[in-house]
Design a binder for this molecule. Structure first.
Ligand code: GTP
Ligand code: MG
Length: 242
């Protein structure tokens, strides 16, 4: 079993990564930030490269900090999403820089390597507390990388327990090398941010409908102030609640 835990919020639509060359206009209110963190060497940069460029880097180069902008289209072709993917440094030397990445993030991909048990143990020890300290409301997707290795050091049950204990909305195993489950992982991540955004928009629309009908407690009617001159009447905010 390799994709054994996906919360409903992480499923739904299909999102297609667009070529930058023939890009339709992105929706200005559909902009998201996804940050990937996890132990140094667990495979974060390779995963992003595999997804964005469709290539697996041959050389290991420790990341200091890197950003990629991706555009995705939903299957109805009505929306273009802008997704900023922030690659971070797993190395301790760059801890202070990495901590700056969390601000305004819509989702955290928390990565460990299936070839290194320690990297899973560090999820509740190091990474979850760090994330909670900077963005406690941001959803987390736990991802087990290097699923192609012959001898995995992590069992599905161990990963599942960690995913549950940190409140992850999904756990998915991937291989950047074999491009296995890579699109599925990012599709789940984009579903999370998109579904959350749509739910928040519906909530705002409901609130404004209730407000316009005067359904708020104590607001039996909304009248324009009687003293308003015709010049002032353009100012919608000028009204009295009785
Ligand atoms: N077998 C296998 N090796 C991988 C995979 N992904 C990455 N690696 C190897 O793991 C090493 C580290 O990969 P990176 O992607 O650079 O790791 P990182 O998490 O970005 O590391 P930092 O930038 O130091 O935080 C490299 O030698 C990769 O070739 C994979 O899917 N399978
Ligand atoms: Mg890296």
């Amino acid at each position: 079993m390799d994709k054994f835990y996906v919360d409903p919020i992480a499923s739904g639509g299909k999102f297609r990564l667009l070529e930058q060359s023939d890009l339709p206009t992105p929706d200005p209110d559909l902009q998201f930030k996804i940050v990937i963190v996890g132990d140094s060497g667990c495979g974060k940069t390779s995963l992003l490269s595999s997804y964005i460029r469709g290539s697996f880097p041959t050389e290991y180069e420790p990341t200091i900090f890197e950003n990629h902008r991706a555009f995705l289209q939903d299957s109805t072709k009505q929306h273009i999403l802008t997704v900023d993917l922030w690659d971070t440094a797993g190395q301790e030397d760059y801890e202070r820089l990495r901590r700056l990445s969390y601000q305004d993030s819509n989702l955290i991909i928390l990565a460990y390597s299936l070839a290194a048990k320690d990297s899973l143990l560090n999820i509740p020890e190091v990474w979850a507390p760090e994330i909670l300290g900077f963005c406690d409301k941001t959803p987390i997707v736990l991802v087990g990388l290097k699923s192609d290795v012959a001898k995995k050091q992590v069992t599905p049950a161990e990963a599942y327990n960690v995913a549950k204990s940190i409140g992850a909305v999904a756990h998915i195993e991937c291989s950047a090398k074999q491009m296995y489950n890579v699109d599925q992982l990012f599709n789940s991540c984009v579903n999370v941010v998109y579904n959350k955004h749509q739910a928040a928009s519906r909530e705002t629309a409901r609130d404004s409908k209730r407000f316009s009908k005067g359904h708020f407690r104590g607001a039996s009617a909304v009248h324009a102030a009687p003293s308003m001159s015709s010049k002032d009447s353009r100012d919608d905010s000028c009204c009295t609640i009785v």
